[in-house]
Design a protein. Structure first.
Length: 320
């Protein structure tokens, strides 16, 4: 992590935030989907309990002696068969041998439906019978829908509750493909939202990354030039009031110190040149003086020789 570039750290931060945001969206979406299905499932349960309540009323009339069981069953079946609720809900019942006890479609009444699975091979009637006898429960299965092609099947959810006095399991069911479509729409919307936010976050991260990495690269390049003794490079971003500006100002201060060192070295070089030139001039001057003195001595010696030879015509001006 320490060796990661700042740009990579920024992208990593965006990814972590997006992952957290996606997880939150997923949990919220799951909760919303569960709430949508739960509302439908609760409706199935309460409606089934209402239908069973009608049977209980007629069983009480049998127990009171007001009706015999056959008459009570007939009247109760007629009432429950006629009951409807939205959307398209109705009731039917199996006996414990999975014979259809009542149904709005009279052709189905009396038929045994054991070992007759749905198009997916699920023996949902046996499962409904078991759930009903265990105190009530729900299961899903595939079924054709009125008004739709027979080869098309849709998911349906049914709730079953037993009425032990008459050895019946009352069932009601509703198609939930509309809920599936609603949840799928929610998922698509959430995915689109997450992708849009991710794209926006990535774009913002790129802009922020460039606003940091580019000035850092400029300052780094200037610092490299200073390290190479280049004091002519202009140090950028010294006007910034953030950490990059502080780095740039530090680089500028270092550049000034390098420039001062260069100037000091130049001054020392000039002083050394001046000293060397003065020394050389002194040596040349001493050489000229020595040559002049030697010439004088030579002239004096020559004059003395001429005087010694008796040449009295020698003049002092000839000595220089």
């Amino acid at each position: 992590m320490k060796n990661l570039k700042i740009s990579h750290k920024l992208y990593l931060l965006v990814l972590v935030l997006m992952a957290a945001f996606s997880a939150a969206i997923f949990l919220e979406l799951r909760a919303s989907a569960d709430a949508v299905y739960k509302e439908r499932y609760e409706m199935l349960r309460t409606q089934t309990e209402s239908a069973v309540a009608v049977l209980k009323l007629y069983q009480q009339r049998v127990q009171s002696g007001e009706l015999d069981e056959a008459t009570a069953r007939k009247q109760a079946y007629a009432i429950v068969t006629a009951m409807r609720y939205n959307p398209d809900g109705y009731f039917f019942a199996y006996d414990y041998d999975l014979n259809m006890a009542f149904h709005y479609d009279q052709e189905k009444v009396g038929k045994n439906l054991r070992n007759k699975p749905d198009p997916a091979g699920k023996l949902y009637r046996e499962e409904l019978l078991k759930l009903g006898q265990e105190g009530g429960g729900r299961t899903d299965f595939m079924a054709s829908k009125p008004g739709m092609p027979k080869e098309d099947f849709f998911r349906k959810s049914a709730y079953a509750l037993a009425f032990p006095e008459w050895k019946l399991v009352v069932v009601t069911g509703l198609y939930i493909d509309d809920l599936d479509a609603q949840v799928n729409a929610m998922i698509l919307k959430a995915v689109a939202t997450v992708m849009a936010i991710f794209a926006m976050g990535a774009a913002i991260a790129y802009v922020i990354m460039r606003s940091i990495s580019r000035p850092l690269e400029d300052v780094r390049s200037a610092l490299g030039a200073v390290a190479d003794e280049d004091t002519d490079r202009v140090v950028p971003h010294t006007e910034l009031k953030n950490e990059i500006g502080l780095m740039a100002q530090a680089t500028l201060a270092l550049q000034d110190k390098v420039r001062e060192r260069h100037e000091m070295a130049a001054r020392e070089a000039r002083q050394a040149q001046e000293i060397a030139a003065a020394r050389e001039a002194s040596i040349e001057r001493d050489l000229r003086d020595a040559e002049s003195q030697a010439k004088v001595v030579a002239e004096i010696g020559h004059t003395m020789e001429r005087l010694a030879a008796g040449d009295l015509t020698v003049r002092c001006g000839d000595l220089g």
